[in-house]
Design a protein around this ligand. Sequence first.
Ligand code: DOR
Ligand code: ZN
Length: 346
Amino acid sequence: MTTLNIPMPDDWHLHLRSGEMLNKVLPYTSSHFARAIIMPNLPSPVITTADANNYRQEIIDNLPENHHFTPLMTLYMTESTDPDDVRLGYMKGEVQAVKLYPAGATTHSDAGVKNLEKIYPVLDVMEQIGMPFLVHGEVVDRDVDIFDREAVFIETKLIPIRQRFPHLKIVFEHLTTKEGVDYVLSSNENTAATITPHHLVINRNAMLVGGIKPHYYCLPVAKRESHRLALRQAATSGDARFFLGTDSAPHLINAKESACGCAGIFNVANAIAVVTQVFEDENTLPALEKFLSLNGAAFYGLAVNDRRIVLERSEQCLPIPDNIKLAEGEVTAFDPMMDVYWRVRG
Ligand code: DOR
Ligand code: ZN
């Protein structure tokens, strides 16, 4: 059997939710990932360091006993976020980053930012202290086509922010376009990007051809094939500016299969397996640990994990993971629509 031994991966973009959902999804992450950047878009968002500390405690309280997992907490940027709270939270190591949701862009983004100039005082502080600014990079204007929202965001929002804050550490989250890849490649080491497993393997046809498939709907929405190929090239290149952020975002089936279905794909049950298969298919397995375990830690200024995982390649294709069962319904696991032979041992 072929095996690979790599430092334990981290997930640099993860939605864990709260309550029973948190309890049910967390073990999928904490069994194979050492750390994860936890998204703050709860129904009542994580806005202050005190909120983040409460949420961290809820996560820790739900960890299976034998799992050693460190949640890295983020704050949800609002137009009234207090720069002093951000500074203090970061200095104490209680929060790692602040996340920008343009108001109206996605799930629970209503409290997000409408006017970027309002957050300049916070960005000033973050630039000074080296705290990463995590960006949901889509404009929300009604007249901008949903497939163009990322590219328009780069031109109209990101480039001006970068000009004004040249030393700010920016993570362009869940990249979905060639324009996004090219922007990151044209930037210096202060700009990085997360890439999801699903955007490496599906394009918009998965969602729209042969009937509408709500379980492939997420935001930013998957784009045409040429963009997927650009993302695969970026992820498998080993370039230090690209690393895994699963953006695993569980919703109950009835919230997805609806006249107005929620955006989000629950993918952590097979994320490492799918990504490893992508690297094998691209003949780039030697670069896998950069994408999964090294690049993100370096960008965030954290040590690479001491613990390691073993990936095994079997002769048989991996089944699609089972649905997760909650009291109020089930969550569907991501079907990558491709043959996956790799799995994490143990
Ligand atoms: O697909 C998504 N789901 N994109 C986001 O930006 C948010 C996430 C969620 O929280 O469900
Ligand atoms: Zn997300």
